[in-house]
Design a protein around this ligand. Structure first.
Ligand code: SF4
Length: 273
């Protein structure tokens, strides 16, 4: 099976897939990669817990600051637990884990405050009813594992949201800030998930989202037929690379500076597995 992330990596640099899959060289982790992974885990955990917290711990007569205290205390706990789990790895990469905890806790503050305001507003109009969560935050599946034997493609969707008409939308969680438009590989990733969802559920998935959760930015975009055709074309190219094991041309680009294979590509010879 080919992973959706293999397609996006191929689009960024086919040589990366060659090193990873043909030469079997695990990519050395950079501090940015590790903190990105941690942030991803934290947000997934926070989002997957929020429904229970809202339903079980928020009371109708609570003020915004009380709601905020509950939501934020839980998020802070998640951040601390996740970062501490990776403390040794962070130390190896010379990242101060205590500073990281503080930084991430600060980043989530505004997000939780906004949620608290939304919750209070809803409760003051409708009361705390069973629709509170679904009306304020779309129903979600987190970390949804999906595969198609027909395509030979598999992946894990960060989040699937459902609306009340039965439509569903793949959402890709992103770290950092949205700048310079949606990147080609980001669009390809969400289009690939839409294609997999269409195969599995037998419904059309014409819209997806990129969610920059650290800055609370959310970008919807249409998934067109041509995007899905591109997914299939890249999938074929990746399959061909894996079958032929032919070494792609290596090109030095700006992204090489942030790539974990930088030293392997440009400083020393790669080894075979
Ligand atoms: S260092 Fe550059 S050429 Fe090498 S795998 Fe990374 S992106 Fe590709």
């Amino acid at each position: 099976m080919i992973y959706v992330t293999d397609l996006t990596e191929y689009l960024i640099c086919p040589y990366k897939i060659y090193l990873k899959k043909i030469k079997c060289l695990p990519m050395p982790q950079t501090p940015e990669m590790l903190t990105g992974t941690l942030i991803h885990k934290i947000y997934e955990e926070v989002l997957s817990r929020e429904r229970i917290i809202i339903e079980q711990r928020i009371q109708e007569d609570m003020e915004i600051d009380e709601i905020f205290k509950i939501l934020y205390a839980d998020s802070k706990r998640v951040i601390k637990n996740v970062v501490i789990r990776y403390r040794e790895k962070l130390k190896d990469l010379e990242v101060n884990y205590l500073d990281l905890i503080k930084e991430l806790q600060e980043e989530l503050k505004e997000d939780e405050l906004l949620k608290s305001i939304q919750i209070k507003k809803y409760i003051s109009i409708y009361g705390k009813n069973e629709n509170l969560y679904n009306n304020l935050f779309l129903m979600k599946d987190m970390e949804y594992q999906i595969s198609s034997n027909e395509l030979g493609l598999t992946g894990k969707i960060d989040k699937i949201e459902y609306d009340q008409d039965g439509n569903l939308y793949p959402v890709e969680l992103k770290t950092g800030i949205f700048t310079n438009g949606i990147k080609k590989h980001e669009k390809l990733q969400v289009a690939a998930y839409a294609l997999l969802l269409e195969k599995e559920k037998g419904i059309k998935v014409p819209l997806g989202f990129l969610e920059y959760y650290q800055v609370n930015q959310r970008l919807p975009f249409l998934i067109k037929e041509e995007d899905k055709i591109e997914v299939l074309e890249i999938l074929e190219k990746v399959k061909e690379l894996l079958n032929t094991e032919k070494e792609p041309i290596k090109e030095r680009k700006n992204i090489c500076q942030r790539c974990g294979y930088n030293n392997i590509c440009w400083d020393s010879k790669s080894k075979s597995c």
